[in-house]
Write a protein that binds this ligand. Structure first.
Ligand SMILES: [Zn+2]
Length: 69
């Protein structure tokens, strides 16, 4: 048997401030890659890309949204 180099080490969070945060929408369970906090005094909430409520500014203004607003 050879020695398996520790690929897992790359996926394990080191001693850092990184925390696991999943989409705050109940039942979603996806990774919450998008966070928003109204101020530094409140906890950051996290959403997946589908549920992120502040994403309008991030979306490309494609034809789907061209007529809105
Ligand atoms: Zn979600």
């Amino acid at each position: 048997m050879g020695i398996l180099m520790g690929l897992d080490d790359k996926t394990k969070p080191a001693d850092s401030v990184h925390v696991n945060h999943y989409c705050c929408i109940e039942g979603c369970g996806k990774w919450g890659g998008l966070g928003f906090a109204s101020s530094k005094a409140v906890d950051t909430q996290w959403w997946c890309s589908e549920h992120y409520p502040h994403g309008d500014a991030m979306k490309d203004r494609d034809s789907t949204f061209a007529g809105r607003g």
